[in-house]
Design a binder for this molecule. Structure first.
Ligand code: ADP
Length: 370
């Protein structure tokens, strides 16, 4: 039965290392985080280095004791288990680390079987479960190899098989793809997602790589300085960020200031590049004459032949051909906007010329100016 993880007001503080005079004597790695991770969900903790995601994951695993708050594992039948201070080995979680941490002297099959032996699972069942787990990660034919006879990607598949073979309540993945090269990382993203979703195990996955999170997650919590800044689905977060940090962390975007000219059903803002209508202001309370931030993603700004709906004009400052895309930078009144052209053909706009571009009102994202 799948497990829901309910986290309430979770805090972890450490004594500050050599605090500057006047600064607090503690560092708060995780700062009153409340969060429910649904049963069977593939949930991501995403954020820059030092934002507290590993500390949060390790508190769920039981490797770090919280300073405050609670962690509860719930099952659909209503059983509720407060694991806040339960030792790691009693929580029934499986963990996959950045370093594969396989036993070098054991074969692949022995590595995967290890957790079953510890749990005293009878030999017959053990063998069939090892076969099943190796099949799940598509590594059956490597059962008799030693880890040093496998590539990094294959070793990480074995680490995943070893974690799921014991059918844990919760699977925890700490930057599992960071040691792999770019091509393998992309390949393993869909493999890991497939394995997690097929197994139905509630999974928490830590990464600083936004593409990894966007391509794999059911939901993502974006963290900064020990807090969750925004929580949502990949498309929800990418298309409707609530603040600049989230908009910029998830992908290339232009942030410009705008002044609200009309509010209500038809929101229009005035920007240094011209007036823009927005149909993406739901996360930003708008009042006439208020200053807001406007986020325009590079791929949402499209070159146009001339004036049109939601069109703005500016001088071409730079134009670079990169194969699958071209990048164009436009400038006006000392502000710049970058845009990307997918599959560029023919001539790119000449530097110094005047260019028009159009933006769909749904892609004109308004955010509060804080
Ligand atoms: P992330 O995984 O997002 O990179 P961490 O959870 O590792 O971030 O760390 C969050 C913050 O807590 C950082 O400022 C880090 O320096 C601090 N921190 C982590 N572990 C310790 C520790 N054992 N002692 C003191 N500070 C720590």
């Amino acid at each position: 039965m799948s497990t829901t993880i309910v986290i309430k007001d979770l805090v972890k503080s450490y004594p500050a290392i050599a605090p500057a005079p006047g600064s607090p004597p503690t560092t708060t790695a995780v700062d009153r985080v409340s969060l429910t991770i649904n049963a069977g969900e593939l949930f991501f903790l995403l954020g820059p280095s030092g934002c507290g995601k590993t500390t949060l994951l390790r508190m769920i695993a039981g490797f770090i004791e919280p300073t405050g708050g609670t962690i509860v594992f719930q099952t659909a039948d209503g059983a509720s288990n407060d694991v806040t201070f339960l030792p790691a080995e009693k929580r029934d979680t499986g963990m996959v680390f950045q370093s594969y941490a396989l036993w070098p002297h054991m074969t692949v099959a022995q590595n995967v079987a290890f957790g079953l032996e510890v749990r005293k699972i009878p030999v017959g069942e053990r063998e069939s479960r090892v076969r099943e787990a190796l099949a799940a990660v598509r590594m059956e034919q490597y059962a008799q190899r030693k880890p040093n006879q496998l590539s990094g990607g294959q070793q990480q598949r074995i680490a995943l098989a070893r974690a799921i073979v014991v059918k844990p309540r919760v699977l925890l993945l700490d930057e599992p793809l960071s040691n792999l090269d770019a091509k393998l990382r992309i390949e393993l993203r869909s493999e890991i997602r497939r394995v997690c979703k097929t197994s139905g195990i509630t999974t928490v996955y830590v990464t600083h790589d936004q593409k990894e999170a966007l391509s794999m997650a059911d939901r993502i919590a974006i963290m900064r300085s020990g807090n969750i800044v925004q929580l949502g689905t990949p498309t929800g977060l990418y298309q409707t960020p609530t603040e600049r940090f989230v908009a910029e962390f998830l992908g290339e975007t232009n942030i410009i200031e705008g002044q609200v000219l009309s509010a209500g059903q038809h929101v229009v803002v005035s920007t240094p590049f011209g007036q823009l209508a927005s149909e993406n202001a739901s996360k930003c309370p708008v009042e006439v004459s208020a200053t807001v931030l406007v986020s325009l993603r590079h791929e949402c700004v499209r070159l146009a032949k001339g004036p049109g709906t939601n069109a703005i004009s500016a001088t071409v400052k730079d134009s670079v051909y990169l194969g699958e895309i071209a990048q164009v930078e436009l400038a006006k009144e000392s502000q710049t906007i970058s845009l990307s052209i997918l599959n560029p053909r023919g001539e790119l706009p000449a530097v110094g010329s005047q260019a028009w571009c159009e933006i769909d009102p749904r892609d004109v994202i308004l955010m509060p100016k804080r």
